[in-house]
Design a protein around this ligand. Structure first.
Ligand code: GLN
Ligand code: ZN
Length: 758
C-alpha cells in the first residue's frame, strides 16, 4: 500500500507558542521545568495532529529547541571551547549560549539553510572531541510511542551534509572527521534499531549540490557502513530543494529508500528516473507536495505525476510526501479571517498540505473516484484565483510586456552622468551620507501602534512622523552630513511598508515562519499583478527636503528584495513578477523625481537570497534580477543620482552583476569582511560610485575617528577618491539615539581628516 509522510512539521505552533515559550524562558519568566513541559505539549500536539490527519510515517526529532543543525552538533558534543562545558548532557545554558552568545562568549555563526530563509547555526569542529551526549532521536521516538502509541520516523541530519555545513576544519581533514563521526552515527542508529524503529529519515540535502568524486566515495562509505552495521534499520535517504546530481550513484547506495524532490527538482529528477529507472528493491519518497510554497497543490496534476512514477516504481513502494520539511511554511490557513475568499481558498499552509498528502495517497490506493469531490473543489479554488481581477490587470500586463523586452539602460554612460551630477549637486569630495533609517525609538513604535489601533488619527500620526523628521533633519545638518535622509520613521519593515501600499499584495494575520531561533517572519503574499496605486514615499521625502537646503535622498526597497522576502504566485515566472515590481517602483522613482528629489536610493539587500542552488541556473537569475533593478531606475534624468545599498551577504563573486546594475552609487555592508571586500573590488576595478561602510552598525559600540580614517585610507588605496562615499554600513533603525549621533559625528570628523589628504 502506498504510504503518506511529511519530512518535518513547523515548530513554532499556530499561535507562535514555541517562540513565546523560548523567549519567556530566556527572559527568566518561566523556569526550566515549566519550559520543558510547554515544549513537550507543543511537540505532542503536532504528533497528534499528524496522526489524526492520517499521515502514516510521522516524523519525530524534527522538533528542535532552536535549530536542528545545532541539535546535531550538541548531540555529538561538538561544543566550541569558549563555552563552559565538560562532557555529558548539554545543558540548555550552553545550548542557547552557542545559539545566542553569553556574556563571555560570542555566539556561533548563523547562516542560510540552502536557498531558504531559514538560518542554521554553523557547527565549529575545531578542537572538538565528538562523543554522544544524548540519543535525541531515540528520546523523541520513545516519547511519541509512550504518550501516543505512535511509531515515529526519527529524522536525522546526515553525516555528509553535517560535515559540509560545519566549519573549523580543512578540506584535507574531511575524512578524519568522517571517521570520528561515523561510529557515533552508527551507535545512534543501532540504539534506534534495537528499540524497534522501522524507518529513519536521514536528510542529505547536500546531494542536490555538485559533489566531487571524493564526496561520492564518502557517501558510499557512510551508507555502506550503516547497511553493514545496522542492517535491521530501513534508511530513507532524503534529499530536497533541487534535483540530485549523480542520480545513478545515489540510487545505487545500499539504503532502503530514496527521497526526491519532485517540486523544486522536478525536471531533473523526472528526467533521471525516466532515463535510468528506479531500483526495484527500494522505496521512492515522492516529494510531490511543495513544502516551501503556500499554494494549494493542483491535485489532478499531482495524480498524473504519481501515475507517471508508477511506471517506474510499484505503488506499494511509493511514499507520497512533502518536497521538504514543512518548516518553511506557516502552520494553517484556517485562522485567517481577512483574506479575499478567492485567495484564502487557493492557499495551503502546513496543515492543509498534510491533508493534500493524505488525499493523494488515498487516491493512489482507492482510485480517483474516491476523491472526485476534492479534485473538483481544488480545480474550482485554483480557477477562481486565476479568474480574479487582481490576476488579470491587462493594463499592467501590457505595460510589463513592453518594458520586459527593454534593456533598461540609462540615457548616458556612467562617466557622463557622473559629470552632470557633480555639476548639479556640487558635493564635496568624499561625500557623507547614511543608509536611510534612523533609530526607531520606543516612542516611534508606540505611535505606530496607537495609530494602528485607531487611537490616533492619521493626521495625528503624520504629525508625529513630521516631528521626527524635523528632529533628524536638524541633527543631520548639525552633524554635518552632506546628503540627508528623512529617516524612514513611518516604516516597520522595508518590504511590508511597500507591500501594504501596492496592489496585488496580501497580508496574513498568522502566517509566521521561523527565520532563525525564535525569530519568525510573516512574509507578504504577492498573489496578483503588482500595481502602483499612488505615491508611497513622496510626502515624507518632500517634507524633509522642504526643511533643508542640503539634498535629501529618497529611499525605496528594490524589486528583487521585495520579491525574495515575499511568498509569490506561481502562475507566472519570478522574472515576470520582478518586472511587474520594477514597473510599479519605477513609477515611485519618477514621482519622487517630479517632486524635486534628485538622489534616489533603491535598496537591494536580498539579491543573493534568490540565487538558485545549481550553478548553471545562477547567471540567468542574476541577469534578470539586475535588469529588474535597471528597469526600476533607468527613466530618470541624467542629473538624478541613483543609489543602491546591499548587505547581509558575500559580494566577492557578484561584482560583475553589481556593476551591471549601473547604480551611480552603491553602499555596501562591510562589517563582515572589509579587507576581503576591498580586495574583490580592486581585482574587478569597479568604476562607479561606492561607499564601503566605514563602521559596523550591528553593535552599539561608538567607533573612534582614527578607526574610521583607517578604514577610509585602506579603501582609498584601491578605490578612486572621486567616486568614494562615506557612510555607515547599514540602516540605523535598531541603534540607540545617542550612540548613533556620536558615531555619525566621528564619521564626519574622520571624513574631514581624510579629505585633507585627497
Ligand atoms: N534603507 C534601509 C534602512 O536604512 C536599508 C535596510 C537594509 O539594508 N536592510 O533601514
Ligand atoms: Zn543594509
Amino acid at each position: 500500500m502506498t504510504k503518506s509522510s511529511v519530512l518535518g512539521y513547523p515548530r513554532i505552533g499556530s499561535n507562535r507558542e514555541w517562540k513565546k515559550a523560548l523567549e519567556a524562558f530566556w527572559a527568566g519568566k518561566i523556569d526550566e521545568t515549566e519550559f520543558q513541559s510547554r515544549l513537550k505539549d507543543i511537540r505532542l500536539d503536532h504528533l497528534r495532529k499528524l496522526r489524526e490527519k492520517g499521515i502514516d510515517l510521522i516524523p519525530v526529532n524534527d522538533f528542535s529547541y532552536y535549530d536542528h543543525v545545532l541539535d546535531t552538533a550538541a548531540m555529538f558534543g561538538i561544543i566550541p571551547k569558549r563555552f563552559d562545558y565538560d562532557g555529558g548532557a548539554v545543558p540548555l545554558s550552553v545550548y542557547y549560549g552557542i545559539a545566542r552568545g553569553t556574556k563571555n562568549a560570542a555566539a556561533s555563526e548563523m547562516t542560510k539553510w540552502f536557498n531558504t530563509n531559514y538560518h542554521y547555526i554553523v557547527p565549529e569542529l575545531d578542537g572538538a572531541t565528538p562523543a554522544i551526549t544524548e540519543n535525541k532521536p531515540l528520546a523523541a521516538y520513545r516519547e511519541a510511542k509512550e504518550h501516543l502509541g505512535i511509531e515515529g520516523k526519527p529524522v536525522l541530519l546526515g553525516p555528509l551534509t553535517f560535515l559540509k555545513l560545519s566549519k573549523g576544519y580543512s578540506e584535507s581533514e574531511t575524512d578524519a572527521w568522517l571517521e570520528r563521526l561515523l561510529p557515533l552515527y552508527v551507535q545512534i542508529l543501532r540504539e534506534l534499531a534495537l528499540e524497534g524503529v522501522a524507518w529513519v529519515q536521514i536528510d542529505e540535502p547536500i546531494l542536490v549540490t555538485r559533489l566531487s568524486g571524493e564526496d561520492l566515495g564518502r557517501l558510499k562509505t557512510i551508507y555502506g557502513t550503516f547497511a553493514a552495521e545496522v542492517p535491521a534499520l530501513n534508511v530513507m535517504l532524503q534529499t530536497y530543494f533541487e534535483a540530485i546530481e549523480n542520480y545513478d550513484e545515489i540510487v545505487a547506495l545500499p539504503v532502503q529508500g530514496i527521497g526526491l524532490d519532485f517540486v523544486h527538482g522536478f525536471a531533473g529528477n523526472i528526467r533521471s528516473i525516466k532515463s535510468s529507472g528506479f531500483p526495484a528493491d527500494k522505496v521512492l519518497g515522492a516529494g510531490i507536495v511543495d513544502g516551501r510554497g503556500i499554494w494549494k497543490a493542483p491535485l489532478r496534476e499531482k495524480l498524473g505525476l504519481l501515475e507517471t512514477l508508477q511506471q517506474f516504481v510499484s505503488a506499494d513502494r511509493i511514499v507520497v510526501q512533502s518536497s521538504c520539511s514543512l518548516l518553511h511554511v506557516p502552520v494553517t490557513v484556517q485562522n485567517e479571517t481577512k483574506l479575499l475568499p478567492e485567495l484564502k481558498n487557493a492557499l495551503a499552509f502546513a496543515d492543509e498540505k498534510v491533508d493534500e498528502i493524505v488525499l493523494l495517497t488515498k487516491a493512489v490506493s482507492s482510485g480517483k473516484d474516491a476523491v472526485a469531490g476534492e479534485l473538483e473543489a481544488c480545480d474550482l479554488a485554483i480557477g477562481a484565483l486565476m479568474q480574479s481581477k487582481e490576476r488579470n490587470r491587462s493594463d499592467i500586463q501590457d505595460a510589463v510586456a513592453v518594458i520586459g523586452k527593454q534593456d533598461g539602460r540609462r540615457n548616458l554612460p556612467f562617466a557622463e552622468r557622473h559629470a552632470a551630477q557633480q555639476q548639479k549637486w556640487q558635493l564635496p569630495v568624499l561625500p557623507t551620507t547614511t543608509i536611510g533609517s534612523f533609530p526607531q525609538s520606543v516612542e516611534v513604535r508606540k505611535a505606530r501602534q496607537l495609530w494602528r489601533k485607531g487611537e490616533w488619527s492619521s493626521e495625528q500620526y503624520a504629525g508625529f512622523i513630521r516631528d521626527q523628521i524635523d528632529t533628524w533633519i536638524n541633527l543631520q545638518e548639525d552633524i554635518g552630513l552632506d546628503v540627508l535622509v528623512h529617516g524612514e520613521f513611518e516604516r516597520t519593515d522595508m518590504v511590508e511598508f511597500f507591500g501594504e501600499k501596492l496592489g496585488g499584495f496580501a497580508f496574513t494575520q498568522y502566517g509566521w515562519v521561523q527565520s532563525y531561533g525564535s525569530r519568525c517572519v510573516k512574509p507578504p503574499i504577492i498573489f496578483g499583478d503588482v500595481a502602483f496605486e499612488e505615491p508611497m514615499t513622496v510626502e515624507e521625502t518632500k517634507y524633509a527636503q522642504s526643511k533643508t537646503s542640503r539634498p535629501v535622498k529618497g529611499m525605496l526597497t528594490g524589486p528583487i528584495t521585495i520579491m525574495n522576502w515575499s511568498f509569490v504566485r506561481e502562475d507566472i515566472s519570478r522574472e515576470q513578477i520582478a518586472y511587474q515590481l520594477a514597473y510599479a517602483l519605477r513609477q515611485e522613482v519618477e514621482a519622487l523625481e517630479k517632486a524635486g528629489i534628485g538622489l534616489i536610493q533603491v535598496d537591494e539587500p536580498a539579491v543573493r537570497e534568490g540565487l538558485p542552488l545549481k550553478e548553471k541556473d545562477q547567471a540567468e537569475y542574476l541577469a534578470w534580477a539586475v535588469k529588474a533593478f535597471r528597469l526600476t531606475t533607468c527613466t530618470v534624468q541624467d542629473t538624478t543620482q541613483i543609489h543602491t545599498h546591499m548587505c547581509y551577504c558575500e559580494f566577492h563573486d557578484m561584482i560583475d552583476s553589481i556593476t551591471e546594475m549601473d547604480a551611480d552609487v552603491i553602499s555596501i555592508e562591510t562589517s563582515r569582511s572589509h579587507g576581503e571586500l576591498i580586495h574583490s573590488f580592486e581585482e574587478n576595478t569597479y568604476g562607479l560610485g561606492i561607499g564601503l561602510g566605514v563602521y559596523d552598525i550591528h553593535s552599539p559600540r561608538v567607533p573612534g575617528v582614527e578607526e574610521m580614517t583607517g578604514m577610509i585610507d585602506r579603501a582609498l588605496r584601491v578605490l578612486d577618491p572621486k567616486l568614494f562615499w562615506i557612510n555607515p554600513d547599514c540602516g540605523l533603525k535598531t541603534r540607540g539615539m545617542d550612540e548613533t549621533i556620536a558615531s555619525l559625528r566621528n564619521m564626519v570628523e574622520a571624513t574631514k581628516i581624510s579629505r585633507d589628504k585627497y
